[in-house]
Design a protein around this ligand. Structure first.
Ligand SMILES: *[C@@H]1O[C@H](CO)[C@@H](O)[C@H](O)[C@H]1NC(C)=O
Ligand SMILES: *[C@@H]1O[C@H](CO)[C@@H](O)[C@H](O)[C@H]1NC(C)=O
Ligand SMILES: *[C@@H]1O[C@H](CO)[C@@H](O)[C@H](O)[C@H]1NC(C)=O
Ligand SMILES: *[C@@H]1O[C@H](CO)[C@@H](O)[C@H](O)[C@H]1NC(C)=O
Ligand SMILES: *[C@@H]1O[C@H](CO)[C@@H](O)[C@H](O)[C@H]1NC(C)=O
Ligand SMILES: *[C@@H]1O[C@H](CO)[C@@H](O)[C@H](O)[C@H]1NC(C)=O
Ligand SMILES: *[C@@H]1O[C@H](CO)[C@@H](O)[C@H](O)[C@H]1NC(C)=O
Ligand SMILES: *[C@@H]1O[C@H](CO)[C@@H](O)[C@H](O)[C@H]1NC(C)=O
Ligand SMILES: *[C@@H]1O[C@H](CO)[C@@H](O)[C@H](O)[C@H]1NC(C)=O
Length: 836
């Protein structure tokens, strides 16, 4: 009977709800609650808020926030106290409090509140609640105020995390209010009440990331050391895709991460694992690239005090140098809980001794538990060493990066707990040992690895080069920024095209452009791109621009053209060239771009002198940058765009050698915007076009992936794929070397320039995966980025690339009935790559 009642009630409620208001949007006001069955959706459609049941067999209802598309719940309000049945509603009170009401027997019972906003009395205006696009549910007093940092929220869900951290959310402490933001696992996958695992920033000693299981320590992330927590062992992929930071001030101690596109989160699960996940679409699922605990060494203090854990060795526990097992009998039976003790007592403890102790450095380790350690941001490495030596209870020291929120010098007192060897991201730990032990350790390590002393000399030299390099790049960046500021400060256009949503694209006068380019003089011509000539221009204010004068073969009307240009103008990404405006006048259509003084990638790659300027790091960053730009075009931009003419001359380089894809979106103007289709217009460049495109005119995002693969091989080898129309020279050549096991010979001047072998091999393998014959076998750009940047990622074995006997198919194309049309297109777009 009860069930029937519930169902009837539900029907009634949903009926009244849909009568009252169709779509509540992203806001909730005091005049009308949100009933079960209704949802708020954030402005951009990323997040949704409403009632949900994690267990389809249960009528327990929770208020939560989930991804509108992916459905994963990221925040739960009333995890401990569900509403039984569909009679709940979420309401906002006039003093800015959110409450969940259960209406049973016509009496309202408050089962949850957003417990006491600290300054709730200060509401002279009516409050409003809003679900922001970043997944934050906020209550604010002025509904019309803009959503920038100046708005003070009365309450926000980001301050009360559930089991997930989202980009922009803080994990850690607001010391002014005592707020401790941490994430707690659900009890089970179908029960959102708090489970036993909790990931938090611990303030004891030097702040560190700590996962607890009930009252005990479960896993330790360690202190912040500049770009990560000292024990998180994360792949470089994470650092490329996601930027992290740590604040350590009197007001706040906390961790925050941001992602420049796509969806990312960090979630703790009921089994105690914490994962960092990225949404990948396609294939439309979450993938994690960091997960903890990972191996036996990730347990808390797996080898006892002064022990060190190495997952690659058996047994995995040993003692730190200068220490021996405290209880050798039990240690031999792999009971390591007693840990290790010092082999020789420190000098410090003997009367009259003059501190002949020394330090032995452990490279690449997870720093010990800092809950009893002392941080001193003011000390450098040498001062840290001296200070440690002076204090008898100091047993080790290390240095973290102060500028990024670390603690500078860290000194440990007494026991060193939870040290492990890390394959990535480990730090140097200086362990104090007695002089007698130090001699023994140096002797044995000299006989073991003769190279060690060399490392100690090389590091400082490398360091000074690095500092010089950083200084120079700072100067360049500074210069660039100043220039950029100037260029923004003046306007020399009157009209704009507006999309009515706050996005305006300037319309330049024909006269302005003609004047700037010296009446389109040949001297100002930078090159002839796929869709028309490009001119360099200098405006009256001295700022430089690049002007693309489109060939007149587009059949689009002005209205349609404007719509397309708006779409392209809205695409903004660090690795795309920025459209500054356009000019539509006298049958002319021109696009005005930012000017890139370093010109295009091909001018560097295929020029003997300039190619020397591209070191391995730059090349790797260029490859990853292009991949990110392409991923944005394919997946993350509002209009998904296939470039169709990706090649070295379409990659421009800014002052900092950041690659910028140009000419994107033009294919839309010339050939329509079908996502995957057959086309009569073959737009593209020999050597970069995929077999299916050449032969059948079929193009898809995977055709761009093919071009990307070719581009990667060119960047690695300094060779053009096809210097003649006759063959696919470079891909064939590279594949032959690969099959013969001579792959590294491909890499540019491998005899004289240094490069990372592992990175180069990874790039080559990814390139081969991209140029595989069948489009379905080629990876999506999202996987390409992961494969390029993560050394953990297992790469599949590439299959043979698609070779096309180019000339033959070219002729086949021409013999067809649409020959005339193709020829005109070919003239326009099949220009062979050449220097600008
Ligand atoms: C409150 O929200 C409802 C539903 O979104 C809307 O219909 C109503 O006009 C709003 N009232 C005020 C005073 O804004
Ligand atoms: C719901 O109950 C049915 C039958 O008792 C069971 O087979 C099913 O696994 C349950 N579903 C969930 C999500 O618990
Ligand atoms: C609702 O009211 C009826 C009679 O007033 C009572 O018997 C019943 O127990 C009430 N139910 C709840 C859930 O309070
Ligand atoms: C809000 O909830 C807390 C506990 O969750 C409770 O102590 C407090 O009394 C509630 N406040 C109101 C106004 O209901
Ligand atoms: C609350 O208001 C008081 C004064 O009105 C102010 O001193 C205090 O900082 C405010 N607290 C918060 C958390 O904003
Ligand atoms: C997590 O945060 C809650 C609320 O601030 C606090 O009560 C709890 O002690 C914290 N847990 C840990 C492990 O820091
Ligand atoms: C410990 O010290 C003793 C004598 O002082 C020496 O024989 C032994 O090799 C040392 N062990 C280690 C592990 O250093
Ligand atoms: C020595 O180190 C301990 C622990 O870090 C600290 O408590 C003590 O104050 C230090 N002593 C001196 C003289 O600095
Ligand atoms: C600290 O971090 C900053 C910013 O990332 C970096 O420029 C600097 O070189 C780092 N210093 C050390 C000692 O690692």
């Amino acid at each position: 009977m009860r069930n029937d009642e519930l169902i009837i009630l539900f029907i009634l409620l949903s009926a009244t709800a849909s009568d009252a208001a169709a779509t509540p949007g992203d806001r909730l006001n005091i005049s009308r609650p949100l009933y079960d069955g209704e949802t708020l959706v954030s402005a951009g459609g990323t997040f949704e808020l409403g009632f949900f049941s994690p267990d389809s067999n249960s009528s327990n209802r929770y208020v939560g926030i989930w991804y509108h598309k992916a459905r994963d719940v990221v925040w739960v309000a009333n995890g401990r106290k569900p509403v039984a049945g569909f009679s709940g509603s979420l309401a906002l009170t006039p003093n800015g409090e959110l409450i969940i009401i259960d209406r049973k027997n016509s009496t309202d019972v408050i089962i949850w509140n957003s417990s006491g906003p600290s300054n709730s009395t200060a509401t002279d205006t009516t409050p409003i609640a809003q679900l922001l696009e970043i997944g934050n549910l906020v209550v604010k007093s002025d509904p019309d105020a803009a959503d920038d940092e100046t708005v003070v929220y009365i309450w926000q869900s980001f301050d009360y995390p559930s089991n997930t951290i989202l980009p922009g959310m803080h994990l850690g402490w607001d010391l002014r209010t005592g707020l401790n933001r941490n994430i707690t696992s659900w009890a089970t996958l179908t029960d959102p009440s708090p489970g036993i695992y909790c990931l938090a920033i611990s303030l004891a000693g030097v702040p560190q990331l700590m996962e607890t299981k009930g009252q005990s320590q479960y896993w330790r992330g360690g202190p912040w050391v500049g770009n990560l927590f000292a024990g998180t062992q994360q792949a470089s992929a994470y650092q490329v895709l996601i930027s992290t930071s740590f604040v350590n001030t009197k007001e706040e101690v906390g961790y925050i991460f941001e992602v420049d596109h796509g969806l990312a989160r960090m979630t703790i699960y009921p089994d105690g694992t914490a994962q960092r996940l990225l949404w990948q679409d396609p294939p439309g699922k979450w993938s994690f690239f960091w997960k903890t605990p990972n191996d036996q060494c990730d347990a808390f203090s797996p080898c006892g005090p002064f022990g060190i854990c190495n997952a690659d060795e058996t047994p995995f526990c040993s003692c730190l140098p200068g220490f021996r097992p405290k209880n050798p009998g039990r240690w031999a039976l792999t009971d390591v809980s007693d840990g290790c003790v010092r082999n020789t007592t420190l000098d410090c403890f003997r009367k009259g001794a003059k501190g002949a102790d020394g330090f032995v450095v452990m490279n690449g380790v997870k720093l010990p538990d800092t809950s009893a350690a002392l941080g001193d941001a003011a000390l450098g490495l040498d001062e840290c060493r001296v200070k440690c030596l002076m204090n008898c209870s100091c047993t080790a020291y290390s240095l973290t990066n102060v500028t990024t929120g670390g603690s500078g010098c860290i000194m440990w007192a007494d026991e060193l707990i939870d040290v492990r060897v890390l394959s990535q991201g480990g730090r140097d730990l200086y362990v104090r040992v007695a002089a007698a032990d130090l001699v023994k350790i140096t002797e044995s390590s000299q006989s073991d690895h003769k190279g060690k002393s060399a490392v100690a000399v090389v590091v400082p030299i490398l360091g000074s080069i690095l500092v010089g390099f950083i200084l120079i790049s700072c100067l360049i960046i500074h210069h660039y920024k100043r220039k950029k500021k100037n260029s923004r400060s003046r306007r020399d256009y009157g009209e704009v095209i507006s999309d009515g949503n706050g996005f305006d694209l300037p319309l330049f006068d024909f006269e302005t452009i003609a004047e700037a380019t010296n009446n389109f003089s040949v001297d100002n011509m930078l090159g002839e791109g796929g869709f028309g000539p490009v001119y360099m221009g200098r405006k009256k204010d001295g700022n430089e621009i690049a002007v693309k004068r489109l060939s007149k073969s587009s059949k689009q009307g002005i209205g349609e053209f404007k719509t397309e240009i708006m779409l392209i103008g809205k695409l903004q990404h660090r690795n795309l060239i920025r459209l500054l405006g356009c000019c539509i006048e006298r049958q002319e259509r021109m696009l005005i771009y930012e000017y890139m003084p370093n010109q295009s990638l091909d001018t560097f790659l295929f020029n003997e002198e300039k190619t020397m300027l591209l070191n391995w790091d730059m090349r790797y960053r260029i490859i990853v940058g292009i991949a990110r730009g392409l991923l944005y075009l394919h997946q993350d931009s509002a209009v998904r765009i296939i470039h169709r003419d990706l090649k070295a001359s379409n990659i421009l380089l800014d002052q900092e050698m950041v690659p910028k894809i140009s000419d994107f979106g033009l294919a839309r103007i010339f050939a329509g915007d079908e996502a995957k289709s057959k086309t009569k217009m073959i737009v593209g460049t020999y050597g970069y076009m995929s077999p299916e495109y050449i032969m059948d005119g079929c193009f898809s995002a995977k055709s761009d992936v093919y071009s990307f693969g070719v581009l990667v091989l060119e960047v690695l080898s300094n060779q053009r794929n096809s210097s003649s129309e006759s063959n696919n020279h470079l891909v064939e050549h590279a594949w032959r070397l690969w099959e013969e096991g001579r792959t590294l010979e491909l890499v540019y001047g491998s005899t004289s320039n240094s490069f990372s072998i592992s990175e180069a091999l990874r790039c080559i393998k990814v390139a081969f995966l991209c140029v595989q014959q069948f489009p379905d076998e080629r990876p999506y750009m999202s996987s390409v980025i992961l494969m390029l940047t993560s050394d953990k990622e297992e790469l599949p074995e590439p299959k043979s690339p698609g070779f096309v006997p180019w000339r033959r198919h070219f002729e086949v194309l021409h013999s067809s009935s649409e020959r005339a049309e193709r020829e005109s297109v070919n003239k326009m777009t099949l220009t062979m790559p050449h220097g600008r």
